[in-house]
Every structure is written in C-alpha cells, then in structure tokens.
Design a protein. Structure first.
Length: 316
C-alpha cells in the first residue's frame, strides 16, 4: 500500500506515512492535488476582458482507502478536510493566436482533522497555507463549432512549493515540489437549454525537494452536461477523472518501489460523479454547487466531495 494523501482541491497535498499494525507502509510519493470537480458548468467561458474573482470551497470526507489493486484496505484511518481557494483572474485585451491573453493566481488554505480508531492518528501541520499557483492562458470566446456557440481556453499553470511544510508532521499543506499543469477547457452551447463543458489537463511533477522521490505524470479531467430549468438556474450532471500514466520514481528509477517494497503498481486513479446546480447572478456572476461520490479508486482514499464555486466579475 502506498503512502496516503488527501486531495481536497487545487493547491493542497497532505502526505501521510502510516505505521500500520504489523507492518510499515511504503513511503511512496503521492500525486500533488489538482482540479477535481472544482469547475464544471460554463468552465470554458471567461466573460469580458477585465478582472474576475473566483473562490472555491471543497470538503473531503474519507470513506475508505484502496490499495494498488483497487481493493479496500483494513485501515480505520479517517481524514476530513475543508479547503478554500482564492483565485484572481485577469483577462487582457492583448491578442495572442486570435485569442485574449490572461493571467491567474490561486492561493489555497485548508483545515484538516485526522483520526484512527485502530491506532494512533497522524499528526497534522497546524499551518494552513498551501502552494500558490500561477497561470498564463489564452481565451477564445464567442467562436463556433458545428454551427454552435463555442468558447475555450488553454492554460499553463505552475504550482510553487511555498506552502507550509515541516517533516515533523505526517500531513502538510504543501506538496514541497514544483508541478506543471497544461489544460484545455471548453463549453459548447448545444442550444439555449443544453450545454456541455469539459476540462482536460496533463500534469508533470519534479522530485520532492530534499528527496529523490518523484510522483508520476498524470491526467485529470472534469466533464458536465447541464440543462436550463429557468433563465438563471441550470441543473447538471458532473464528473471528474484522475489517472496516473507512469510509475512513481526514486532517483530516476520507476521500478524502485516494486523492488524495495513489493508495490508493483504505484499509479493512482479515481472517478467522481454527482449532481450539480448553477445559479447565474446579475452582471455575469455564477454560483455552482455539486456533490461527488468517488469510485474506481486505486492507491488513494475514496470519499464524498461536496464543492462550491463562486465567480464574480470585478468592475463594470
């Protein structure tokens, strides 16, 4: 069983090295956090040039923990968290590849609690600041695809290891590494009632600072279909997927954890799905609420993930 992490949302990594009764779990690195269902409805639409503020609140409640084979583990460990992210977006009038150049910064904060009915609970770093994320994007708005309204965006994000990290604690807000994410997101308006949105992202991680451990490269994606039941209210079916491509590495070797600990598969996987509501405020604001259940889990915890997103244009 690989070392565990709790993925609450962008910007947080909680790395847990567990001492289980009868054995010590391998200290295999975990993936840095990423966008798991934070944004779905109208994700490809950025609005007019100017500043946009977005905030996210995502709760994670552990249900079970799954091993490398997708089997439920015996551990009674429970880690619950509430993560809040603060994002400022600036969409400029500068034209690049026929789109608008944009910039973003995300600051994450988390509150975490840990318990273990079968043993000692892991220690949690009381400092809550996670790793800030800087991004540069190109936004294409009001385009057409198959004769339908189509908006999309490509963005490169860099997560900086500036959050709280202390080896004295089992759970830390910082991943303590550099992570690079490249994504493309779009929203296709099928008609006045229906729209489809999708975000597809590939992530590369450096080694954890001060160690030779390097989490693998991975994919994450968000998908949704929504329907307008009122002019300002839409219901949605939303989902997300995370899948790790290659094995975690140590000192550049992808077979290290198999040779040292017998972990032949270090790749992580999870699928989340659930209903959602999106309410559109006057002057272009949006409030999006969803609740995700997780399944098809491998090498990570599974749980329930309620999520709230608010987008507010700044200025006129």
């Amino acid at each position: 069983m690989k070392a565990l992490s709790i993925f609450t949302s962008i910007g947080f990594l909680f790395t847990l090295l567990l001492a289980m009764p009868g054995h010590i779990s391998a200290q295999d690195p975990v993936l840095p956090p990423t966008n798991l269902g934070l944004a779905n409805v109208f994700d490809g639409i950025a609005g007019k040039p100017g500043f946009l503020y977005q905030s996210y609140v995502q709760v994670f409640q552990t249900r079970d923990i799954y091993d490398q084979h997708g089997n439920k583990g015996p551990a009674s460990l429970k880690i619950n968290s509430v993560a809040t992210l603060y994002q400022l977006i600036y969409l400029s009038r500068i034209r690049v590849f026929s789109g608008n150049l944009g910039f973003t910064v995300i600051l994450p904060v988390a509150q975490v609690s840990a318990s273990n009915a079968g043993g000692v609970a892991p220690s949690v770093n009381p400092k809550a600041w996670g790793d800030p994320i800087l991004g540069t994007a190109v936004q294409w708005s009001d385009k057409k695809l198959f004769g339908k309204a189509f908006s999309h965006r490509t963005e490169l994000d860099v997560s900086l290891p500036l959050g709280a990290y202390n080896t004295a604690y089992n759970i830390n807000p910082s991943a303590h590494l550099f992570s690079f994410g490249l994504y493309h997101t779009f929203t296709l308006m099928l008609d006045q009632k229906f729209s489809v949105s999708s975000r597809n992202q590939v992530n590369y991680n450096t080694h954890i600072i001060g160690t030779k451990a390097q989490p693998g490269t991975f994919y994450n994606g968000n998908f949704s279909v929504d329907y307008a039941i009122l002019p300002s209210l839409r219901i949605a079916v939303a989902t997300y997927l995370l899948a790790q491509f290659n094995q975690d590495r140590f000192d550049g070797h992808g077979d290290y954890y198999a040779a040292q600990y017998g972990i032949t598969n270090t790749r992580e996987r999870v699928v989340g799905y659930g209903p959602g509501l999106a309410y559109f405020l006057p002057r272009g604001g949006l409030i999006e609420a969803k609740g995700f259940l997780e399944t098809a889990v491998q090498n990570r915890p599974a749980g329930f993930r309620p999520t709230l997103r608010a987008a507010i244009p700044l200025g006129k």
